[in-house]
Design a protein around this ligand. Structure first.
Ligand code: UD1
Ligand code: UDP
Length: 380
């Protein structure tokens, strides 16, 4: 069985790395890896950590690229790779434009697609934008759906996806997380080495979503600034996404402030260990809503909705929205009310047990022959 795995951004790389490692180690599988490099430096950090060497690198990233540019460049690049490799199945992940464009390119060549992290929905097509639509469309192209949770499976069933094509596997992010989180851990990065984790309360912040750029990001950052001004025992650590628009906003609202550390994107291992030593996490990231609960860290999600309701149900994640006052108040409550903090700060694992990759490989072995034969018939 020849499996072509394709990804392009940091979060996809983190979540697909353990799967590519497992595919490569399996003697029954020929594993081929293609990166689109929708991200460059942030992708390369992950490839390096997990010791992955892609067979193909489309190298498409351009500063301030538009979604249309990503989509067309990925499709054109993937057309050639798919023709050359002719895999039995193509694996894509989640909701990025790399994911959707690759799935569409594979469909045009009648090559079956397996969708990892399938079935998450906000039911609002503009939030996250354009990811919600990328994920829905990929779901309708894919032959096999690897859903992290039962809720994700139900979302797919409600859209008419056949139950025998859905596999509830857990999220591969937990597989990745468990390989890098360490106790004790020594930071080598200057800012992190100097933080007094014993006596300070660290808030890890990230924020990058396209729909938050502009007004929302300004509100989020002003709330965070107010918290840093008010609480002298709080240190804010914010590894800023490389998107130039995010960099500019972060510097404008949070730059040169005591107790706020704007730093370069961290390698996955120090980042996870930073979260593990933080008091709380404020983010609009998808992946961190899955990782932080597994580490027992409260998360305030600075978005209007989430496609990851499981951790809200489990109590470790709260939706804070994008209103400055609400974000400030919710953060303040967690800093001043031990009972409210205690209710959120417990480790839960709604997203898996670290065995998602093995489940995906088992499902591939039992189904790929049939879906590949079906696709072959349609080529006649
Ligand atoms: C993309 C995904 C989003 C995912 C996010 C993870 C789409 C439409 N969006 O959003 O789903 O959550 O990645 O981070 O697929 N840049 C660099 N170096 C890098 C990475 C980015 O310089 O290593 C800069 C470039 O100027 C680039 C910009 O960041 O143009 C934005 O990157 P892009 O992939 O277009 O969108 P993201 O907002 O990162
Ligand atoms: N992450 C990282 N270094 C950082 C910030 C985040 O390794 O400096 C990891 C984080 O642990 C998570 C992923 O990157 O696994 C999240 O990526 P991002 O926020 O870019 O995308 P999203 O999760 O929103 O899709």
């Amino acid at each position: 069985m020849k499996v072509l795995t394709v990804f392009g951004t940091r979060p996809e790389a983190i979540k697909m790395a353990p799967l590519v490692q497992a595919l490569t180690a399996d003697p029954d599988i020929e594993s081929v890896l293609c990166v689109t490099a929708q991200h460059r430096e942030m992708l390369d950090q992950v490839l390096w950590l997990f010791e992955l060497t892609p067979h193909y690198d489309l190298n498409i990233m351009k500063p301030n690229q538009t979604v249309a540019q990503i989509t067309t460049n990925v499709m054109l690049g993937m057309e050639k790779v798919l023709q050359e490799e002719s895999p039995d199945i193509v694996l894509v992940h989640g909701d990025t434009s790399t994911t959707f464009a690759t799935a569409l390119a594979a469909f045009y060549q009648k090559i079956p697609v397996g969708h990892v992290e399938a079935g998450l929905r906000t039911f609002d097509k503009y939030s996250p934008y354009p990811e919600e639509v990328n994920r829905v469309l990929t779901g309708h192209i894919a032959e096999l759906h690897f859903a992290p949770t039962e809720q994700n499976r139900r979302n797919l069933l409600a859209e008419g996806i056949s139950d025998d094509k859905i596999f509830v596997t857990g999220n591969t992010v937990i597989d990745a997380l468990l390989t890098v989180v360490e106790k004790p851990y020594t930071f080598i990065e200057d800012v992190l080495r100097d933080i007094d984790f014993e006596n300070k309360r660290v808030i890890t912040v990230t924020c990058h979503r396209r729909e938050n750029l502009g007004e929302h990001m300004a509100s989020i950052f002003k709330a965070i600034r107010a918290i840093a001004e008010e609480f002298s025992d709080v240190e804010i650590i914010y590894p800023v996404h490389m998107n130039p628009k995010v960099q500019t906003a972060a510097k404008k609202y949070l730059g040169e402030m005591e107790r706020i550390h704007l730093i370069a994107p961290l390698q996955y291992q120090p980042f996870v260990n930073l979260m593990a030593r933080s008091y709380l996490v404020i983010t609009d990231s998808g992946g961190m809503q899955e990782e932080a609960p597994a580490l027992g860290k409260p998360v305030l999600v600075v978005r209007r909705e989430t496609e990851r309701p499981e951790a809200i149900g489990a109590g470790t994640v709260k939706l804070a929205g994008v209103d400055q006052e609400t974000i400030y108040e919710m953060t303040k409550t967690l800093l001043t009310d031990p009972e409210a903090y205690g209710k959120m700060a417990h480790a839960v694992n709604p997203y898996g047990d670290g065995l998602a990759c093995q489940r995906i490989i088992t499902a591939l072995k039992t189904t790929v022959e049939a879906v590949a034969a079906e696709a072959d018939q349609s080529k006649v």
